[in-house]
Design a protein around this ligand. Structure first.
Ligand code: ZN
Length: 87
């Protein structure tokens, strides 16, 4: 029942970044605001790289970065025989 959030640290950094942007937005002229909005659009695109993948063996969802390919099918790390140790 291990459900991994792909990037908890990045989510936190993203939140901080947004807060900083909002503060900047409030002190910038309108043309600058337009520029900041364009930057904001790129961030969700990047976040989409971290897709959730469903293990074909046990059905557990795992983040794309943690998925492994076994017999040509995506599986989670335990099913791939890869256990994390010493965390
Ligand atoms: Zn699995």
């Amino acid at each position: 029942m291990e459900e991994e959030v792909a990037t908890p640290i990045e989510a936190e950094q993203y939140r901080k970044m947004l807060n900083e942007k909002i503060e900047k937005l409030l002190s910038q002229p309108e043309e600058e605001i337009l520029e900041w909005r364009i930057v904001d659009i790129e961030i969700p695109e990047k976040a989409r790289l971290f897709n959730s993948i469903q293990c074909t063996l046990c059905g557990e969802k795992t983040s794309e970065g943690h998925a492994r390919i076994k017999d040509g099918k995506p599986v989670c790390r335990p099913c791939a025989g890869e256990y994390t140790r010493g965390w």
